[in-house]
Design a protein around this ligand. Structure first.
Ligand code: CTP
Length: 397
Protein backbone atom coordinates (compact mmCIF):
# COMPACT_ATOMS: atom_id res chain seq x y z
CA UNK A 1 0.00 0.00 0.00
CA UNK A 2 1.05 3.58 -0.61
CA UNK A 3 -1.35 5.12 1.90
CA UNK A 4 -1.27 8.93 1.80
CA UNK A 5 1.78 8.98 -0.46
CA UNK A 6 1.50 11.88 -2.87
CA UNK A 7 2.47 10.85 -6.38
CA UNK A 8 2.69 13.40 -9.15
CA UNK A 9 2.47 11.47 -12.40
CA UNK A 10 3.99 13.05 -15.50
CA UNK A 11 2.83 11.65 -18.83
CA UNK A 12 4.74 12.27 -22.07
CA UNK A 13 4.05 11.45 -25.71
CA UNK A 14 4.51 7.73 -26.08
CA UNK A 15 2.19 4.91 -26.99
CA UNK A 16 2.99 3.41 -23.58
CA UNK A 17 0.76 6.15 -22.10
CA UNK A 18 -2.11 3.68 -22.32
CA UNK A 19 -0.41 1.71 -19.54
CA UNK A 20 -0.35 4.86 -17.38
CA UNK A 21 -4.15 4.63 -17.14
CA UNK A 22 -3.76 1.23 -15.46
CA UNK A 23 -0.84 2.46 -13.40
CA UNK A 24 -2.83 5.37 -11.98
CA UNK A 25 -5.69 3.02 -11.20
CA UNK A 26 -3.26 0.81 -9.31
CA UNK A 27 -1.84 3.77 -7.38
CA UNK A 28 -5.32 4.90 -6.36
CA UNK A 29 -6.26 1.34 -5.35
CA UNK A 30 -3.16 1.35 -3.14
CA UNK A 31 -4.39 4.49 -1.39
CA UNK A 32 -1.96 6.94 -2.98
CA UNK A 33 -3.00 10.51 -3.75
CA UNK A 34 -2.38 11.16 -7.43
CA UNK A 35 -2.12 14.32 -9.52
CA UNK A 36 -1.32 14.19 -13.21
CA UNK A 37 0.46 16.53 -15.60
CA UNK A 38 0.78 15.84 -19.30
CA UNK A 39 2.97 17.21 -22.07
CA UNK A 40 1.07 18.58 -25.09
CA UNK A 41 1.96 15.53 -27.17
CA UNK A 42 0.81 13.07 -24.47
CA UNK A 43 -2.75 14.25 -25.16
CA UNK A 44 -2.55 12.56 -28.56
CA UNK A 45 -2.18 9.21 -26.84
CA UNK A 46 -4.54 9.40 -23.86
CA UNK A 47 -7.08 12.07 -22.92
CA UNK A 48 -6.90 14.33 -19.85
CA UNK A 49 -10.53 13.39 -19.18
CA UNK A 50 -9.61 9.71 -18.77
CA UNK A 51 -6.71 10.49 -16.46
CA UNK A 52 -8.60 13.03 -14.37
CA UNK A 53 -11.49 10.57 -13.91
CA UNK A 54 -9.13 7.84 -12.78
CA UNK A 55 -6.86 10.01 -10.65
CA UNK A 56 -9.85 11.87 -9.14
CA UNK A 57 -8.02 15.14 -9.72
CA UNK A 58 -7.80 17.81 -12.37
CA UNK A 59 -5.16 17.03 -15.01
CA UNK A 60 -2.77 19.88 -15.82
CA UNK A 61 -1.25 20.34 -19.24
CA UNK A 62 -0.35 24.03 -19.58
CA UNK A 63 1.84 26.40 -17.64
CA UNK A 64 -1.03 28.86 -17.85
CA UNK A 65 -4.50 29.05 -19.32
CA UNK A 66 -6.65 32.13 -20.00
CA UNK A 67 -7.95 31.89 -16.45
CA UNK A 68 -5.09 30.68 -14.30
CA UNK A 69 -1.40 29.97 -13.93
CA UNK A 70 -0.30 26.49 -12.83
CA UNK A 71 2.02 26.82 -9.91
CA UNK A 72 4.76 24.43 -10.99
CA UNK A 73 6.85 25.08 -7.89
CA UNK A 74 4.05 24.06 -5.55
CA UNK A 75 3.32 20.91 -7.56
CA UNK A 76 6.90 19.70 -7.11
CA UNK A 77 6.70 20.52 -3.42
CA UNK A 78 3.33 18.84 -2.94
CA UNK A 79 4.58 15.51 -4.26
CA UNK A 80 6.52 12.85 -2.37
CA UNK A 81 7.58 11.53 -5.74
CA UNK A 82 7.40 12.88 -9.28
CA UNK A 83 6.95 9.79 -11.44
CA UNK A 84 7.35 10.36 -15.17
CA UNK A 85 5.79 7.38 -16.94
CA UNK A 86 6.14 6.99 -19.82
CA UNK A 87 9.26 9.07 -20.37
CA UNK A 88 9.74 9.70 -24.09
CA UNK A 89 13.09 10.16 -25.74
CA UNK A 90 12.25 13.79 -26.48
CA UNK A 91 11.33 14.71 -22.90
CA UNK A 92 14.39 12.83 -21.62
CA UNK A 93 16.62 14.93 -23.87
CA UNK A 94 14.96 18.12 -22.66
CA UNK A 95 15.28 17.10 -19.01
CA UNK A 96 18.95 16.27 -19.46
CA UNK A 97 19.60 19.68 -21.00
CA UNK A 98 17.48 21.93 -18.82
CA UNK A 99 14.76 22.81 -21.37
CA UNK A 100 11.60 24.30 -19.94
CA UNK A 101 9.04 24.68 -22.70
CA UNK A 102 6.07 23.00 -21.03
CA UNK A 103 4.53 22.51 -17.60
CA UNK A 104 6.01 19.06 -17.03
CA UNK A 105 9.54 20.35 -17.63
CA UNK A 106 8.97 23.39 -15.41
CA UNK A 107 7.85 21.07 -12.62
CA UNK A 108 10.84 18.81 -13.25
CA UNK A 109 13.31 21.67 -12.98
CA UNK A 110 11.77 23.00 -9.78
CA UNK A 111 10.89 19.69 -8.09
CA UNK A 112 12.31 19.24 -4.61
CA UNK A 113 10.98 15.68 -4.37
CA UNK A 114 12.60 12.54 -5.84
CA UNK A 115 12.08 12.08 -9.57
CA UNK A 116 11.56 8.55 -10.84
CA UNK A 117 11.25 7.88 -14.56
CA UNK A 118 10.00 4.91 -16.57
CA UNK A 119 11.36 5.34 -20.11
CA UNK A 120 9.53 3.99 -23.14
CA UNK A 121 10.86 4.07 -26.66
CA UNK A 122 11.77 1.98 -29.65
CA UNK A 123 14.85 -0.20 -29.27
CA UNK A 124 17.03 1.74 -31.70
CA UNK A 125 16.26 4.99 -29.89
CA UNK A 126 16.83 3.34 -26.53
CA UNK A 127 20.23 2.03 -27.61
CA UNK A 128 21.34 5.31 -29.20
CA UNK A 129 24.42 6.82 -27.60
CA UNK A 130 22.63 10.15 -27.08
CA UNK A 131 19.83 8.46 -25.14
CA UNK A 132 22.36 6.65 -22.99
CA UNK A 133 24.25 9.84 -22.19
CA UNK A 134 21.00 11.73 -21.48
CA UNK A 135 19.97 8.99 -19.06
CA UNK A 136 23.36 9.18 -17.43
CA UNK A 137 22.96 12.94 -17.03
CA UNK A 138 19.61 12.70 -15.25
CA UNK A 139 20.89 9.82 -13.11
CA UNK A 140 23.88 11.93 -12.17
CA UNK A 141 21.52 14.60 -10.93
CA UNK A 142 19.85 12.02 -8.69
CA UNK A 143 16.86 10.82 -10.72
CA UNK A 144 16.00 7.14 -10.53
CA UNK A 145 15.40 5.15 -13.69
CA UNK A 146 13.05 2.16 -13.73
CA UNK A 147 14.57 -0.30 -16.21
CA UNK A 148 12.82 -0.80 -19.53
CA UNK A 149 11.54 -4.24 -20.44
CA UNK A 150 12.15 -6.36 -23.51
CA UNK A 151 9.21 -7.37 -25.70
CA UNK A 152 6.97 -6.27 -28.53
CA UNK A 153 7.38 -2.59 -29.39
CA UNK A 154 5.07 -0.09 -31.08
CA UNK A 155 7.13 -0.40 -34.27
CA UNK A 156 6.17 -4.06 -34.50
CA UNK A 157 9.75 -5.05 -33.73
CA UNK A 158 10.74 -6.97 -30.65
CA UNK A 159 13.46 -5.67 -28.38
CA UNK A 160 14.43 -3.48 -25.46
CA UNK A 161 12.54 -0.28 -24.72
CA UNK A 162 9.07 -1.19 -23.41
CA UNK A 163 7.93 0.78 -20.42
CA UNK A 164 7.91 -1.34 -17.27
CA UNK A 165 4.51 -2.86 -16.52
CA UNK A 166 2.30 -0.99 -14.01
CA UNK A 167 2.78 -3.74 -11.40
CA UNK A 168 6.57 -3.44 -11.72
CA UNK A 169 6.39 0.35 -11.30
CA UNK A 170 4.11 -0.10 -8.31
CA UNK A 171 6.62 -2.50 -6.73
CA UNK A 172 9.44 -0.04 -7.45
CA UNK A 173 7.56 2.70 -5.59
CA UNK A 174 6.80 0.34 -2.73
CA UNK A 175 10.52 -0.49 -2.45
CA UNK A 176 11.44 3.17 -2.76
CA UNK A 177 9.17 4.28 0.07
CA UNK A 178 9.52 1.38 2.44
CA UNK A 179 12.85 -0.30 1.65
CA UNK A 180 14.69 2.96 1.13
CA UNK A 181 16.71 2.76 4.32
CA UNK A 182 16.14 -0.86 5.12
CA UNK A 183 19.84 -1.43 5.88
CA UNK A 184 19.97 1.14 8.66
CA UNK A 185 22.00 -0.28 11.56
CA UNK A 186 23.72 -2.84 9.32
CA UNK A 187 27.50 -2.90 8.81
CA UNK A 188 28.82 -3.99 5.45
CA UNK A 189 32.21 -4.89 4.05
CA UNK A 190 32.89 -4.63 0.31
CA UNK A 191 36.07 -5.46 -1.58
CA UNK A 192 36.68 -3.84 -4.96
CA UNK A 193 39.30 -3.28 -7.62
CA UNK A 194 42.31 -5.28 -8.72
CA UNK A 195 45.32 -6.22 -6.63
CA UNK A 196 48.90 -5.59 -7.68
CA UNK A 197 51.42 -8.28 -6.85
CA UNK A 198 54.87 -6.79 -6.82
CA UNK A 199 57.71 -8.38 -8.82
CA UNK A 200 60.34 -5.71 -8.29
CA UNK A 201 60.24 -1.93 -7.51
CA UNK A 202 58.83 -1.11 -10.97
CA UNK A 203 56.77 -4.15 -12.00
CA UNK A 204 53.73 -6.00 -10.80
CA UNK A 205 51.17 -8.60 -11.81
CA UNK A 206 47.72 -7.00 -12.03
CA UNK A 207 44.45 -7.22 -13.92
CA UNK A 208 42.01 -5.01 -15.80
CA UNK A 209 39.49 -4.46 -12.98
CA UNK A 210 38.59 -0.76 -12.55
CA UNK A 211 36.82 -1.30 -9.23
CA UNK A 212 33.65 0.33 -10.61
CA UNK A 213 31.26 -2.53 -9.80
CA UNK A 214 32.43 -2.95 -6.21
CA UNK A 215 32.54 0.79 -5.50
CA UNK A 216 29.02 1.19 -6.91
CA UNK A 217 27.78 -1.65 -4.68
CA UNK A 218 29.41 0.02 -1.66
CA UNK A 219 27.62 3.27 -2.56
CA UNK A 220 24.29 1.52 -3.03
CA UNK A 221 24.60 -0.21 0.36
CA UNK A 222 25.41 3.14 1.92
CA UNK A 223 22.40 4.80 0.24
CA UNK A 224 20.20 2.10 1.79
CA UNK A 225 21.47 3.06 5.25
CA UNK A 226 24.33 0.59 5.82
CA UNK A 227 27.63 1.64 7.38
CA UNK A 228 30.14 0.54 4.76
CA UNK A 229 33.82 -0.35 4.89
CA UNK A 230 35.32 -0.58 1.42
CA UNK A 231 38.63 -2.36 0.94
CA UNK A 232 39.80 -1.00 -2.39
CA UNK A 233 42.70 -2.18 -4.52
CA UNK A 234 44.60 0.26 -6.78
CA UNK A 235 41.93 2.35 -8.53
CA UNK A 236 41.34 5.93 -9.69
CA UNK A 237 37.79 5.91 -8.32
CA UNK A 238 36.78 8.20 -5.48
CA UNK A 239 34.07 6.50 -3.43
CA UNK A 240 31.35 8.65 -1.82
CA UNK A 241 32.32 10.39 1.36
CA UNK A 242 30.87 8.52 4.31
CA UNK A 243 32.21 5.21 3.05
CA UNK A 244 35.18 4.16 5.15
CA UNK A 245 37.72 3.30 2.47
CA UNK A 246 40.84 1.26 3.18
CA UNK A 247 43.28 1.49 0.28
CA UNK A 248 45.37 -1.62 -0.32
CA UNK A 249 47.70 -2.87 -3.03
CA UNK A 250 48.30 -6.59 -2.77
CA UNK A 251 46.06 -9.59 -2.14
CA UNK A 252 47.79 -10.06 1.19
CA UNK A 253 47.03 -6.47 2.27
CA UNK A 254 43.43 -6.92 1.15
CA UNK A 255 43.17 -10.14 3.18
CA UNK A 256 44.49 -8.43 6.33
CA UNK A 257 42.27 -5.36 5.92
CA UNK A 258 39.20 -7.60 5.53
CA UNK A 259 40.03 -9.79 8.51
CA UNK A 260 40.46 -6.67 10.65
CA UNK A 261 36.77 -5.82 10.40
CA UNK A 262 34.96 -8.94 9.17
CA UNK A 263 33.64 -9.98 12.58
CA UNK A 264 31.78 -6.69 12.96
CA UNK A 265 29.80 -6.77 9.70
CA UNK A 266 26.57 -8.48 8.67
CA UNK A 267 26.88 -8.12 4.88
CA UNK A 268 30.08 -9.05 3.02
CA UNK A 269 30.38 -8.47 -0.72
CA UNK A 270 33.62 -9.64 -2.30
CA UNK A 271 33.67 -7.92 -5.66
CA UNK A 272 37.44 -7.48 -5.95
CA UNK A 273 39.39 -9.19 -8.70
CA UNK A 274 42.02 -10.55 -6.33
CA UNK A 275 45.16 -12.00 -7.87
CA UNK A 276 45.21 -15.76 -7.43
CA UNK A 277 49.01 -15.92 -7.50
CA UNK A 278 51.82 -13.73 -6.20
CA UNK A 279 55.61 -13.89 -6.70
CA UNK A 280 57.42 -16.02 -4.12
CA UNK A 281 60.23 -13.47 -3.88
CA UNK A 282 60.05 -9.74 -4.50
CA UNK A 283 63.29 -8.34 -5.85
CA UNK A 284 64.48 -5.29 -3.91
CA UNK A 285 66.12 -3.91 -7.04
CA UNK A 286 64.93 -3.66 -10.63
CA UNK A 287 65.39 -6.99 -12.41
CA UNK A 288 67.75 -6.55 -15.38
CA UNK A 289 67.21 -8.35 -18.68
CA UNK A 290 70.55 -10.10 -18.41
CA UNK A 291 69.60 -13.74 -18.83
CA UNK A 292 67.75 -15.08 -21.87
CA UNK A 293 64.43 -15.73 -20.18
CA UNK A 294 62.97 -14.91 -16.83
CA UNK A 295 60.95 -17.35 -14.77
CA UNK A 296 59.04 -15.98 -11.83
CA UNK A 297 57.95 -18.50 -9.21
CA UNK A 298 54.42 -17.80 -8.02
CA UNK A 299 52.51 -19.03 -4.99
CA UNK A 300 48.77 -18.96 -4.38
CA UNK A 301 47.39 -15.93 -2.54
CA UNK A 302 45.10 -16.39 0.45
CA UNK A 303 41.50 -16.72 -0.70
CA UNK A 304 39.62 -14.00 1.20
CA UNK A 305 36.15 -15.18 0.17
CA UNK A 306 36.95 -18.74 1.21
CA UNK A 307 38.25 -17.57 4.57
CA UNK A 308 35.12 -15.43 5.06
CA UNK A 309 33.03 -18.54 4.34
CA UNK A 310 34.98 -20.60 6.89
CA UNK A 311 34.51 -18.11 9.71
CA UNK A 312 31.01 -16.98 8.69
CA UNK A 313 28.63 -16.26 11.55
CA UNK A 314 24.89 -16.98 11.52
CA UNK A 315 23.97 -13.31 11.14
CA UNK A 316 26.27 -12.76 8.14
CA UNK A 317 25.39 -12.82 4.45
CA UNK A 318 28.37 -13.58 2.23
CA UNK A 319 28.30 -12.60 -1.44
CA UNK A 320 30.98 -13.64 -3.93
CA UNK A 321 31.57 -12.96 -7.58
CA UNK A 322 32.41 -15.36 -10.37
CA UNK A 323 33.78 -14.13 -13.67
CA UNK A 324 33.62 -17.03 -16.06
CA UNK A 325 34.31 -17.74 -19.71
CA UNK A 326 32.92 -21.29 -19.99
CA UNK A 327 30.58 -23.65 -18.08
CA UNK A 328 29.46 -20.46 -16.40
CA UNK A 329 26.52 -21.71 -14.34
CA UNK A 330 28.27 -24.89 -13.21
CA UNK A 331 31.43 -23.00 -12.18
CA UNK A 332 29.47 -20.29 -10.36
CA UNK A 333 27.47 -22.83 -8.33
CA UNK A 334 30.65 -24.75 -7.53
CA UNK A 335 32.20 -21.52 -6.19
CA UNK A 336 29.06 -20.78 -4.15
CA UNK A 337 29.30 -24.18 -2.47
CA UNK A 338 33.06 -24.43 -2.08
CA UNK A 339 33.37 -20.99 -0.52
CA UNK A 340 30.28 -21.34 1.67
CA UNK A 341 28.79 -18.15 0.22
CA UNK A 342 25.07 -17.29 0.43
CA UNK A 343 24.92 -15.61 -2.97
CA UNK A 344 27.18 -15.68 -5.99
CA UNK A 345 27.05 -13.08 -8.73
CA UNK A 346 28.01 -14.49 -12.10
CA UNK A 347 29.27 -12.40 -14.99
CA UNK A 348 30.19 -14.14 -18.16
CA UNK A 349 32.90 -12.68 -20.35
CA UNK A 350 30.87 -14.06 -23.28
CA UNK A 351 28.08 -11.53 -22.65
CA UNK A 352 28.35 -8.24 -24.51
CA UNK A 353 28.44 -5.36 -21.99
CA UNK A 354 29.80 -7.48 -19.11
CA UNK A 355 33.24 -7.72 -17.56
CA UNK A 356 36.11 -5.32 -16.93
CA UNK A 357 36.21 -1.66 -17.91
CA UNK A 358 32.59 -1.48 -19.14
CA UNK A 359 29.97 0.92 -17.76
CA UNK A 360 27.40 -1.87 -17.95
CA UNK A 361 27.21 -5.38 -16.63
CA UNK A 362 25.06 -8.47 -17.13
CA UNK A 363 24.66 -10.71 -14.14
CA UNK A 364 22.94 -13.81 -12.88
CA UNK A 365 22.71 -14.38 -9.13
CA UNK A 366 22.52 -17.85 -7.57
CA UNK A 367 21.64 -18.38 -3.94
CA UNK A 368 22.29 -21.20 -1.51
CA UNK A 369 18.69 -22.37 -1.74
CA UNK A 370 19.07 -23.06 -5.45
CA UNK A 371 17.29 -19.94 -6.71
CA UNK A 372 18.57 -18.29 -9.87
CA UNK A 373 17.93 -14.62 -10.70
CA UNK A 374 18.62 -13.49 -14.28
CA UNK A 375 19.09 -9.82 -15.12
CA UNK A 376 19.42 -7.94 -18.42
CA UNK A 377 22.49 -5.90 -19.38
CA UNK A 378 22.26 -2.72 -17.34
CA UNK A 379 24.21 0.28 -16.19
CA UNK A 380 26.43 -0.67 -13.24
CA UNK A 381 24.41 1.55 -10.87
CA UNK A 382 21.29 -0.39 -11.73
CA UNK A 383 23.17 -3.68 -11.42
CA UNK A 384 24.31 -2.60 -7.95
CA UNK A 385 20.66 -1.95 -7.08
CA UNK A 386 19.67 -5.41 -8.30
CA UNK A 387 22.45 -7.00 -6.23
CA UNK A 388 21.51 -5.07 -3.09
CA UNK A 389 17.80 -5.81 -3.61
CA UNK A 390 18.66 -9.52 -3.89
CA UNK A 391 20.74 -9.34 -0.69
CA UNK A 392 17.82 -7.67 1.13
CA UNK A 393 15.38 -10.25 -0.23
CA UNK A 394 17.69 -13.07 0.95
CA UNK A 395 18.10 -11.40 4.34
CA UNK A 396 14.34 -11.06 4.81
CA UNK A 397 13.45 -14.55 3.55
N1 CTP B 1 38.52 -13.95 -4.18
C1 CTP B 1 39.05 -13.65 -2.95
N2 CTP B 1 40.36 -13.88 -2.69
C2 CTP B 1 41.17 -14.42 -3.62
C3 CTP B 1 40.64 -14.73 -4.88
C4 CTP B 1 39.32 -14.48 -5.12
O1 CTP B 1 38.31 -13.14 -2.10
N3 CTP B 1 42.45 -14.61 -3.34
C5 CTP B 1 37.09 -13.73 -4.41
C6 CTP B 1 36.75 -12.68 -5.43
O2 CTP B 1 36.60 -11.41 -4.83
C7 CTP B 1 35.42 -13.19 -5.98
C8 CTP B 1 35.62 -14.67 -5.93
O3 CTP B 1 36.57 -14.93 -4.93
O4 CTP B 1 34.34 -12.86 -5.14
C9 CTP B 1 36.13 -15.23 -7.21
O5 CTP B 1 36.33 -16.58 -7.01
P1 CTP B 1 37.63 -17.34 -7.53
O6 CTP B 1 37.40 -18.78 -7.35
O7 CTP B 1 38.85 -16.83 -6.96
O8 CTP B 1 37.56 -16.95 -8.98
P2 CTP B 1 38.73 -16.97 -9.92
O9 CTP B 1 39.86 -16.15 -9.39
O10 CTP B 1 38.20 -16.60 -11.22
O11 CTP B 1 39.14 -18.52 -9.78
P3 CTP B 1 39.22 -19.58 -10.91
O12 CTP B 1 40.42 -19.16 -11.63
O13 CTP B 1 39.34 -20.84 -10.16
O14 CTP B 1 37.95 -19.49 -11.68
Amino acid sequence: MLTRKKILVGVTGSIAAYKTVLLIRLLIKNDAEVKVIMTPSAIDFVTPLTLSTISKNEVLTDLFTEKSWSNHVMLGRWADVFLIAPLSCNTLAKMANGFCDNLLLAVYLSATCKVIVAPAMDEDMWLHATTKSNLQLIENSGDLVIPVETGELASGLTGEGRMAEPAVIMQYLQDFFFDGKSLKGINALVTAGPTYEQIDPVRFIGNYSSGKMGVTIAEELQERGAKVTLVLGPSDLLPNTGIFTVHVKSADEMYNACLDCISQVQIIVMAAAVADFTPVDVSGIKIKKEGKDLNIALIKTKDILKKAGEIKKDDQILVGFALETNNEKENAIKKLQEKNADLIVLNSLNDVGAGFGTTTNKITIFDKQGNEYLFNTKDKKQVARDIVNTIIKYKNA
